[in-house]
Design a protein around this ligand. Structure first.
Ligand SMILES: Cc1cc2nc3c(=O)[nH]c(=O)nc-3n(C[C@H](O)[C@H](O)[C@H](O)COP(=O)(O)OP(=O)(O)OC[C@H]3O[C@@H](n4cnc5c(N)ncnc54)[C@H](O)[C@@H]3O)c2cc1C
Length: 642
């Protein structure tokens, strides 16, 4: 049917105002407590946010609510109905919260932000450079000839396209997302998700255990990521040698790391601390834990810490040294590379067991025009990110039994410390520092404690809902919170499969015993860090766990927090680091590509992105992805010459 009926819309409106109700509160000068979700048009925004195919599922969920008497139930009973429904209704509740605190009005603001202490987008914004690239926009079905076709233009694909074009190859890049420049980046959270993120923003794994975030657009994740640069650790380099990548621990890989570091202008001179980072530093000092200022890929001359606070929504200052700026723009302007944005690679063409090119589907930005794009090339670089690269292989029937397996996510638990003072999380780089005391807590696996991009929408939706008034109460204290994450180097793994429509589906259960131990350690360490930094309260983002308040028994709270289930309905888990699903290795039974990066079963197809990692990097992966891609580019050039 794919339409939501008037009855269902009525239930949706009730649901919105159950999640964000009007609450009687004296002294409500800015209307925060009285404002309901529907006062902001959240019901209409929910329907607009749904893809057409999702209307049936939402309609069915609303019918279930109606069947349980939601329409006539008093507010408390409605909350009980939601609690009893549990995980199936959680994504819709999260969407309502995301919109309530993320939507903007015609003036670019949201009336709830005043209470949250968020001043809105920063300014002034310097004038944007004119677009450097003109992507190909097909008038009809298009056939191109090239030496190399690169699928995906993120950390890995963007670098490889740049290197090979500079070496003289005729390169075509197919990118599913769109080309955006500084002029498009208005610092708005929801607009950024629609514009620059895979599937329009944070999306759950199929089992709802982990919320996934990945970039999509020309430059991929490097356009919206948080610019935290960490070199591959000796431990991981040694482990990868055990997978057959014998040069990784040697000087030759150092040269790739050094080149990337230099080309990205990585610096620690633009990592100012906001009060949330100061809290992290204070806590680490009190506990004697190792703490480091972050290095970032950033142009010092264009740096403005106020604008840097919004860089996860696209950097309007032009300071960010993304692969778009560093590799793709010169590839096009100086070396004649051709870019097709809005073009999703469907499958790799294989002739006589070798790569022969790629077929993709192009759609114009307004969705009105479509075309088939065929690129004939003897070399295909697959770099669609670890969530999508296996999909291309599976649709093409190549890659062997490991295609899609060994998906690593660096699953993150999240805590909020309540410091009772304005933490100004929206100011300064989102990741200006980290605690690396526990990076190798056990057997080379451990966790980093880091901070996050300030956001009102995602921040609100990540705080578990149990009652409307309770959630508002938590949001009312938002300006006083510092968010930390505990980012675990996972030993266990998930998998990417294809659904009936040929779309990728990611599955991930955090059930490896070492990962469970480290996630619990990470929760405990975050709590101790907030406590040592002087927080008057600590909240672990997870369902059913009451927060700790100063004066209560901290050890008892830690004991309870360590027991929270690490899955849907328990701890809130995020991943912004997807890796390993088309991994390199010596054994075709457990890896997709050989140790140089070329498919075991299809010569001429190379894996160029984070999906090539043999195991999780344990550090924010961009630098490792790019150094590995630099090595793969050299291997491609070497094999073409040989
Ligand atoms: C919010 C956020 C913050 C982050 N912060 C940091 C950080 O501070 N430091 C760090 O080291 N890492 C960070 N990361 C991670 C880092 O950005 C990613 O690990 C990295 O970008 C992945 O590189 P990749 O080449 O594997 O894929 P991506 O950079 O994700 O690029 C893949 C590209 O392929 C395109 N694509 C997908 N399918 C197709 C298809 N079928 N056809 C054509 N194109 C396709 C996508 O649209 C995308 O543009 C962050 C990630 C996120 C989401």
């Amino acid at each position: 049917m794919d339409v939501v009926t008037p009855d269902q819309i009525q239930v949706l409106r009730l649901l919105c105002d159950t999640v964000v109700p009007a609450v009687d509160e004296p002294g409500d000068t800015d209307g925060f407590w009285a404002r309901r979700a529907t006062d902001l048009g959240v019901d209409r925004a929910v329907l607009a946010a749904l893809a057409p195919g999702q209307h049936d599922a939402i309609g069915a969920l609303l019918d279930v609510l109606a069947g349980q008497g939601f329409r006539s139930a008093p507010p408390v009973r409605r909350e009980q109905i939601l609690a009893a429904l549990g995980p199936p209704v959680t994504p819709l509740i999260s969407l309502i919260l995301l919109l309530t605190y993320g939507l903007t009005d015609a003036g670019g603001g949201n009336p709830n932000w005043a209470r949250l202490g968020y001043p809105g987008p920063a300014g002034p914004v310097p004038p944007a450079d004119p677009p450097a690239i003109t992507p190909l926009r097909p008038e009809g079905d298009l056939e191109l000839d090239a030496d190399v076709v690169v699928i995906g233009s993120g950390a890995g694909g963007g670098l490889i396209a740049g290197r090979l074009a500079a070496a003289g190859a005729r390169v075509v890049v197919l990118e599913a997302g769109r080309y955006h420049t500084e002029a498009d980046f208005d610092q708005g959270e929801l607009a950024a998700y629609r514009r620059c993120y895979r599937r329009g923003g944070p999306t759950p794994t199929a089992d709802a255990n982990v919320t996934l975030m990945a970039g999509s657009g020309l430059g991929g994740g490097t356009v919206i990521n948080w610019t935290n640069c960490i070199r591959t650790t000796p431990r991981v380099r040694g482990q990868w040698a055990g997978h057959g990548l014998s040069d990784i621990p040697t000087l030759s890989f150092d040269q790739h790391l050094d080149a990337v570091w230099r080309e990205l202008s990585v610096t620690d001179h633009c990592s100012e601390f906001n009060p949330a980072h100061e809290a992290m530093q204070r806590g680490a000092a009190a506990l004697g834990w190792s703490f480091a200022t972050a290095y970032r890929n950033w142009d010092e001359k264009r740096h403005d810490p106020a604008l840097a606070g919004h860089l996860g929504f696209g950097d309007p200052s032009g300071a960010k040294r993304s692969t778009l700026k560093v590799y793709l723009e010169p590839a096009v302007t100086e070396h004649g590379a051709r870019i097709v944005d809005g073009c999703r690679a469907e499958r790799i063409l294989v002739e006589q067991h070798r790569a022969a090119g790629v077929v993709g589907h192009w759609t114009s930005a307004d969705g009105a025009r479509r075309a088939t794009v065929t690129v004939r090339a003897p070399i295909v670089v697959l770099a669609a990110g670890a969530l999508e690269s296996p999909g291309v292989l599976l649709r093409s029937g190549i890659g062997g039994p490991a295609a899609g397996d060994h998906l690593r996510l660096h699953p993150c638990t999240v805590t909020l410390g309540d410091y009772g003072t304005d933490m100004r999380g929206w100011w300064g780089p989102p990741q200006a520092a980290l605690v690396n005391e526990f990076a190798a807590a056990e057997d080379g696996h451990g966790f980093l404690i880091e901070s996050v991009q300030y956001s009102t929408g995602l921040g609100a939706s990540a705080i578990p809902f149990s009652t409307g008034a309770g959630h508002k109460q938590v949001m009312a204290g938002y300006r006083g919170y510092a968010s930390f994450i505990g980012l675990v180097r996972d030993r266990g793994h998930g998998r990417v499969t294809l659904d009936a429509a040929g779309e990728t589906t990611a599955w991930y259960a955090l059930d490896d015993e070492l990962d469970v131990r480290n996630s619990r350690r990470a929760i405990e360490a975050q709590i101790r860090l907030h406590h040592a930094a002087g927080a008057r309260g600590v909240r672990v983002l997870g369902h059913g766990l009451a927060p700790w308040t100063a004066g209560e028994d901290l050890e008892a709270f830690i004991a309870r927090a360590r027991e929270i289930p690490l899955r849907a309905g328990g701890a809130v888990l995020f991943s912004a680091h997807q890796m390993g699903s088309c991994r390199m290795g010596a054994d075709p039974a457990t890896s997709v590509a050989d140790p140089r990066g070329e498919l075991h079963d299809t010569p001429g197809v190379w894996i160029g992105d984070g999906s090539a990692f043999p195991t999780a990097s344990g550090t924010n992966p961009m630098i490792t992805i790019m150094a590995l891609a630099s090595r793969t580019a050299a291997n491609i050039s070497g094999s073409a010459r040989g």
